[in-house]
Design a protein around this ligand. Sequence first.
Ligand code: SF4
Length: 266
Amino acid sequence: MVEARQWHNEELTEPRRGEYPLSASAVKKYKRCPAQFKFRYIDQLDGMGGSSPYSTLGSAVHEAIERVLIDNDVAELSKTPNQMRKKMMDEYRSINPDIAQKHSDTAKKCIQVAARYVVMQDVEEFRGIEENFKFALTRSDIDHSFRGLIDVATPTEVWDWKTGKNVYDIDEIIQGMIYAMGFLAKYGQPPEQIRFVYLQKEIERTIEPTDDNWQQMLDFARDAIRAKQSGDFEATPEESKCYWCGYEGYCDASPVGAGAVTWEHI
Ligand code: SF4
């Protein structure tokens, strides 16, 4: 039975010991392809994507921004945007001094945009930087826990830095609502909005925490939880997504990976 109630009136509880909480990435992966979710979260296989230069770039950029925002008085540092940018670049270089020039240029752009964004928002103080959250829902249709990591929590908003270029509306709704609930669980009040800041594209997109968006997130999460319980993870191959999957080498359904090659072809 699907329960209807206002999203911020959900009953939350502590995650159960021993239960692996769902992340927004996990729910997004299930939506993209249940078999990909299984390879990653049930079989716990390392996909090809895990060590790509882009994940290294993204991690290092996040880390550099985080260090500067944690270690400095943001209101003070915002008066000298160039200093903020320089500090972030210095941190970035110290995290990964060997990174290729190509990625260094991308990182420079990401950091410039992040520093400018922080200055433009004119926030006096942050509530939290890189804040972990966990909560569990106790609905009759979803009795499961969730987790996440908020890049920046202001007094009223969640900011999420994106270093990739892809933008998917539904992914933003899934992540935005899990993070909105994480903010509520952590700080005791709902955020006004969730901001996704695409550093390479220099765009900002926002999600409003609404009941409609919450229900959409629940629909995807419910499917993933039911599949975990039944063990049924149907592959949904499509050449464009299988090419970037990272698990195509394990997947019999893939039109592009070694998993699709039969012994007669070898
Ligand atoms: S290769 Fe394609 S079908 Fe197989 S898990 Fe990846 S996305 Fe799914």
